[in-house]
Design a binder for this molecule. Structure first.
Ligand SMILES: [Zn+2]
Length: 226
């Protein structure tokens, strides 16, 4: 298998991993308290910011952004439990799922939801995971997705899949980097349709988000092992 860690451009990843979200013990305890409900036991919830949570399911990590009257759910994981019930215990109103890419560990809980946003390039691969009658919006680089007061900007980051997207929460300075950034978990690049050259360009694009302060946004990676 070809892992990105073995590529000569590994230094890009190393430089990129400066600021990453890490659960804190007290927050983990808070999340664990929410797991008492039957159906939510497969998930561990950690608060990142007010109104922003990480939801871990085995190796994969999803994110929930509360917009007050609506909410954004970034990916739906393996679908091993009642994710909708868990999410509904944290936020109110309609939930819009954003699928960062088409891999099954990010889309297998889609059937529990009805409203979706994804890239056009990954649409055909994701659509079968959505229920009949689902409302699907496709987005391209630079578009903004809102739900109530929640707002994220789309960054096209092809490579890991043709239509991979990252999401930038400019208000909270959070970058939801999908599977494109990893530290203790490999970025799989051995499957058909994956493109290492495009992937490296996508990493540079995210790295360029440092901005005038010289600080990269806090990186929220999609693997539960950091
Ligand atoms: Zn993936």
């Amino acid at each position: 298998m070809l892992f990105v860690s073995k590529l000569r451009h590994f230094s890009i990843l190393a430089q990129f991993s400066g600021t990453v979200f890490r659960p804190q013990a007290a927050e983990e305890a808070q999340g664990a308290a929410r797991l008492d409900k039957e159906g939510c036991m497969n998930y561990n919830v950690t608060k990142i910011r007010d109104g922003v949570w990480a939801i871990d399911e085995n190796t994969v990590r999803m994110f929930l952004v509360d917009g007050g009257t609506e909410a954004l759910l970034i990916d739906t994981g393996f679908g091993s439990g009642d994710l909708k019930e868990l999410v509904s215990s944290l936020v109110s109103g309609e939930i819009t799922v954003i699928n960062t890419h088409c891999h099954g560990d990010h889309t297998s809980g889609n059937r529990q939801f009805t409203r979706f946003v994804m890239s056009r390039e990954d649409l055909d691969a994701i659509r079968p995971s959505c229920p009949d009658g689902a409302r699907i919006r496709t987005v391209t680089d630079g578009e903004v997705i809102t739900a109530g007061s929640a707002c994220v900007k789309v960054l096209a980051i092809p490579g890991h899949t043709p239509g991979s997207i990252a999401l930038l929460d400019e208000k909270d300075r959070l970058l939801f980097s999908s599977d494109a950034v990893a530290k203790h978990f490999p970025v799989y690049m051995q499957f058909p349709g994956q493109d290492v050259g495009k992937y490296l360009e996508s990493l540079k694009k995210m790295k360029a988000l440092r901005g005038s302060t010289g600080k990269i946004p806090r990186v929220c990676r999609s693997k539960a092992y950091g």
